[in-house]
Write a protein that binds this ligand. Sequence first.
Ligand code: HEM
Length: 162
Amino acid sequence: KPSDATATAFGEEQEALVLSAWNAMKGDSASLALKFFMRIFEIAPGAKQMFPFLRDAGDAPLENHPKLKTHAVAVFVMACESATQLRNTGDVKVREAALKRLGATHVKAGVADAHFEVVKTALLDTIRDAVPDMWTPEMKAAWEEAYDQLAAAIKEEMKNAA
Ligand code: HEM
């Protein structure tokens, strides 16, 4: 289901918009991950407490955390997979075992619905700043839809895990 009035059915064009941005960005995933996290914590400073590897590291600068990239890249890559699935089947199906684990992990970390909105805003801002020449309302809508559907699948599994 479209998330807003500007969203159209998810097709080849939408998938291509998502994948083309990721292909242009992924070569520099370390700095991308850093920017993504900084944006998340700018919007929601409290979210830092959820990431054990940040919580335990005191005030050390973010860029010194080797684990930083993992979550950032996971969100980008899974949103890309989500786009491909939406184009193919109109629905997002994360592999069941993976989804169960994701539900459990995020419940355990104390992630709430509002955090998914924070991460979504940070994701869109990060892409906009990484590929300003490619960024269009259509590209934004495609990433939003791919992310929203993915987040909905994870949130649904979080309910089962809670
Ligand atoms: C862990 C993906 C949203 C916080 C993970 C992991 C993945 C992942 C793949 C690794 C652990 C596992 O596989 O179970 C995603 C995706 C998201 C999303 C695809 C959105 C579509 C969020 C949000 C937050 C969050 C909104 C909170 C701000 C965490 C935390 C961990 C985690 C705290 C555990 C990290 C650790 O212990 O090192 N996530 N996540 N995630 N995620 Fe997310």
